[in-house]
Write a protein that binds this ligand. Sequence first.
Ligand code: NI
Length: 191
Amino acid sequence: MTLRKIAQVGHPILRETARHLSREELASEEVQSFIDDLVETMRDAQGAGLAAIQIYESISICAIEVGDNPRYPYKPKVPLTILVNPVIEELGDERFNNYEGCLSVPNLRGVVSRSMRIRIRAWDRHGNDIDEEIVGITAGTYQHEVDHLNGSLFLDRVTESKTLCTWDAFKRFYEAEFAESVRAIVERVGS
Ligand code: NI
């Protein structure tokens, strides 16, 4: 496995729409080994997710995993999930404010409005169908990663620029309150 470089905001590849894969391509040794690199790079950078486009491959694959993550200590755990050709459908009108950061946007966080409930349709890394309802904070993580595959960054969705802050300022001034709102969401919807 190889650790890949992560594209930073301003690089045009982050604005591309990722190409969907066929099942044959997905099954190839090249793509399977690429997925291993994606996971290793995400874990090394302590990301909660990483999209292929962030490591300079404009193909529709992303990884999501939340364990004991020092970047996001309040996030509910998510087992390693690989989404291939993911499509999100928002379910209902309920939204919540999510304080997001991104490995492609160094040292900046901001508040983004996310749908509370989504339906995700995708393949797993073996080409098996995924069709699930995802809720709450975890749904926010899914929306962030699938946005990358559509050429969007969380910055595009920050409606109040006053919420933008460094990671240090987040810890000092906003984390306690945000962690409390996360706990309330997890308690109510389950993740
Ligand atoms: Ni990101």
